[in-house]
Design a protein around this ligand. Structure first.
Ligand code: SF4
Length: 333
C-alpha cells in the first residue's frame, strides 16, 4: 500500500483518519475514586492523604495534588488521626488493620469490582482451596488481593508458571484474576490451569472487569485497519499497557502516551489511519487534546467507532454522598 508522508498529507490536503475506539477513557471505578478524593477535599477541613496514586494516571494525580491531596506511598507517612483515602486498586487487610491501629479516618476508594475479587479470595481460601491468582507481580491490586489469604494464594503470570505449581492438594484449587489483564492472554493461562488441574474450581463470574474487556474489544475492532495505534495512559496503568500490547500483537505499531506533547512526528510518517484509545484511568480531555495535536501535522478526519455504551455507575461511600441523588450501580455492560 502506498502511503503519503505527513508533509504530503498537508500538501495534498489528504485527511489522515483518526479512528476513535469507544468505549475509552474513564471507567466507573476510576470516576468514583476521583469523586471520593474531590469529596474528601471539599468536606474535610484537615489535610486529605491518599495512599498510593488514587488511579494510575499522572494527569489525574497531578491535578488532585494541586487541589490539596497529599499522596503518600505508605501509611507511616500519614499522621495519626488523619483522613486517608485508599486507592481504586484496593489494599490488603494488613493495611486496614494498620489504619485502625493508627486511628485514621479511612475513606475507601477501592473499586467495587476489585472488592468483589477480594471477597472471592477470602471465600475460596476459607473453604480450604489453594487460590491461584493470575496477575502481574508488584501491581498494587495484586498485592491487595494476595494479602487477603497470603498463606493460601499463589501468583502466576504465565503458562510456564502454571507448569511449576505444586499445590498440596490438586483437587482443591480455585483461581482468580487481576481485573485489568489481557482477555486473550488470560484465557491461555486459565486454559493451562484447566489442563493441569481437571478438578479446578471455576469462579462464578469473570474477574477481568467490564471496562478492561470493552476497551480491548473496541480497540480490536479498529486496529487491523490502522497503521498506528496511540494509547493515552500512564506507564504504570495495567489496562493501558495491555492495549498497547494488544495492538502490537495484531501487527499494528503502538505507542503509549501520557499527553499530546508526547507524540513524536516520526511516528506519523507514512501513517494514514490512526487508532486512538485511552486506558480506563486516562481522562477524556487528554484524547481531545491528542486529536487537536494530530491536526497540527496535517488535516485529520475523526471517526468514532463505538462497540457498546457503558452505563455502569458506582455509589460513593455514605460519608460523601451529600444531599444530591447519587448514581447507583447499574451494571449493564
Ligand atoms: Fe474498577 Fe475495572 Fe475501572 Fe479497575 S478498570 S477501577 S476494576 S472498573
Amino acid at each position: 500500500m502506498a502511503y503519503v508522508s505527513s508533509d504530503e498529507h498537508e500538501e495534498n490536503g489528504v485527511a489522515r483518519r483518526v479512528l476513535l475506539a469507544g468505549p475509552r477513557s474513564f471507567c466507573a471505578g476510576v470516576e468514583r475514586a476521583i469523586e471520593i478524593v474531590e469529596g474528601a477535599l471539599e468536606s474535610r477541613e484537615t489535610p486529605v492523604y491518599v495512599r498510593k496514586e488514587i488511579v494510575h494516571n499522572a494527569s489525574v494525580v497531578g491535578d488532585l495534588a494541586q487541589r490539596g491531596a497529599i499522596f503518600v506511598d505508605e501509611l507511616d507517612q500519614v499522621p495519626n488521626g488523619s483522613t486517608v483515602v485508599f486507592s481504586a486498586h484496593g489494599v490488603s487487610p494488613a493495611v486496614r488493620e494498620e489504619a485502625d491501629r493508627r486511628d485514621l479516618e479511612v475513606i475507601d476508594g477501592t473499586c467495587p469490582l476489585v472488592a468483589k475479587v477480594h471477597a472471592k479470595a477470602r471465600r475460596f481460601a476459607g473453604r480450604g482451596d489453594t487460590v491461584v491468582l493470575v496477575g502481574h507481580e508488584g501491581h498494587e491490586e495484586v498485592e491487595g488481593t494476595l494479602g487477603e489469604a497470603p498463606d493460601s494464594t499463589v501468583l502466576v503470570e504465565t503458562v510456564e508458571d502454571v507448569e511449576k505449581l505444586s499445590p498440596a492438594d490438586a483437587g482443591r484449587i480455585s483461581y482468580l484474576t487481576q481485573t485489568t489483564l489481557a482477555v486473550d492472554e488470560t484465557a491461555e493461562v486459565v486454559g493451562a490451569l484447566r489442563k493441569r488441574f481437571p478438578l479446578l474450581h471455576e469462579p462464578s463470574s469473570e474477574d477481568i472487569c467490564y471496562a478492561t474487556t470493552n476497551r480491548q474489544k473496541a480497540l480490536n475492532a479498529i486496529v487491523a485497519e490502522s497503521d498506528l495505534c496511540l494509547v493515552v495512559g500512564s506507564t504504570n496503568s495495567s489496562n493501558s499497557v495491555r492495549l498497547v500490547e494488544l495492538s502490537r500483537r495484531q501487527g499494528t505499531p503502538a505507542q503509549l502516551i501520557d499527553r499530546a506533547a508526547d507524540i513524536r512526528p516520526e511516528w506519523l510518517e507514512g501513517v494514514r489511519t490512526i487508532a486512538l484509545t485511552a486506558g480506563a484511568s486516562a481522562p477524556h480531555h487528554l484524547v481531545t487534546e491528542v486529536v487537536t495535536a494530530l491536526g497540527e501535522y496535517g488535516p485529520v478526519s475523526v471517526e468514532e467507532r463505538e462497540i457498546t455504551r457503558e452505563t455502569v455507575r458506582f455509589e460513593l461511600p455514605s460519608g460523601l454522598r451529600g444531599d444530591t441523588e447519587q448514581p447507583t450501580d447499574s451494571r449493564t455492560s
